[in-house]
Design a protein around this ligand. Structure first.
Ligand SMILES: [Zn+2]
Ligand SMILES: [Zn+2]
Length: 317
């Protein structure tokens, strides 16, 4: 994968400590700045094993992901915490193993990424989020549109909670269950209301190889350690994918250009999920609309292959 790079103007101004952002000039706030000195790694944060209800042992699962070229992986068994010490028992096959688990009992499922301890699945999920904020790691809201009413995690709850980092806009296992694997509808509504949330794509693999490699997060990692991956994700330096590769993200003033290796169509969206530009091409260049609350891009490839950028915002004067 070719590294995406930020627009030279934006990166230079930010890293020279210039006052440009306070001058009221129309500049954009986004996570794809200063992408230098590292590399892109793909990883899945949502995986089950025989430690909970998964069919395969941790080592079998690790071997499968490593064989597909993943650079990082989190075993996220239901309320079973996989610590750094536990990870060290297995052969990582060169991957970075992230400690964590899926907080599952007694309420909507939350992913605790980069955990340093098991957090109790308190029925008040705001309590769980607060406990994570007081410890280490961050929270992702899982498969919000799972189940018959597409409502595993209701929008009302996501509006009420504060302190979570993002949500799964794609969850692979829901592709064979009730509801939808996608949750960009809830993402757009929350972004339109001013929330800053990152969109993640995860497998949630349980059974066999057919559950693996459906969705991943391509992160720009400068420190190839568990903490370094967690930092990159926390900063939003990643895009979510089910098979489209983003090869460049250029920002110059208020112009944004997105290039991919294999998209057929790229759609630029703003609130609330409204498409304001479409290119039937592998790249797109748009001007950030003056009055947009946010802008994000969906890159559509063949079959069910997509890539989703994180949102861009106009930097407030
Ligand atoms: Zn779950
Ligand atoms: Zn799960």
């Amino acid at each position: 994968m070719t590294p995406a790079r930020a627009g030279a103007t934006l990166a230079t101004e930010r890293y020279n400590g210039s006052q440009a952002f306070e001058s009221g000039s129309p500049m954009l706030d986004h996570p794809y700045t200063n992408l230098a000195g590292g590399r892109w790694l793909r990883g899945n944060l949502h995986t089950h094993t025989t430690q909970s209800d998964g069919a395969r042992s941790p080592q079998e699962v690790i071997d499968d992901y490593a064989g597909r070229g993943h650079g990082f992986l989190m075993l996220s068994d239901h309320d079973v915490y996989t610590s750094a010490d536990t990870c060290a028992r297995w052969d990582s096959r060169g991957m970075i193993l992230i400690p964590g688990n899926e907080i599952s009992a007694a309420g909507p499922h939350l992913l605790h990424v980069g955990a340093d301890r098991r957090i109790d699945p308190h029925p008040l999920r705001q309590q769980v989020i607060n406990d994570v904020l007081a410890a280490r790691g961050f929270i992702i809201v899982n498969h919000p549109n799972w189940q018959e009413r597409f409502d595993h995690c209701p929008l009302a709850a996501m509006r009420e909670w504060v302190g979570y980092l993002g949500l799964e806009i794609y969850n692979g296992v829901i592709g064979r269950l009730h509801g939808s694997p996608y949750a960009t509808n809830k993402w757009d509504m929350l972004l339109a209301e001013g929330r800053r949330l990152w969109g993640f794509a995860n497998d949630d693999s349980h059974r066999d190889a057919a559950d693996v490699g459906l969705g991943w997060n391509a992160a720009y990692v400068t420190d190839p350690t568990p903490a370094g991956v967690v930092d990159a994700l926390r900063a939003g330096r990643f895009y979510a994918s089910t098979g489209v590769d983003i090869t460049a993200i250029d920002v110059d003033g208020t112009r944004i250009r997105i290039a991919t290796g294999n998209a057929r169509r790229i759609v630029a969206l703003r609130e609330t999920g409204r498409r304001f530009a479409v290119a039937d091409d592998s790249s797109i260049e748009v001007e950030y609309p003056d009055d947009a609350a946010y802008v994000r891009f969906e890159c559509w490839g063949d079959g069910e292959r997509f890539a989703w950028t994180q949102p861009f915002h106009r930097r407030q004067a």
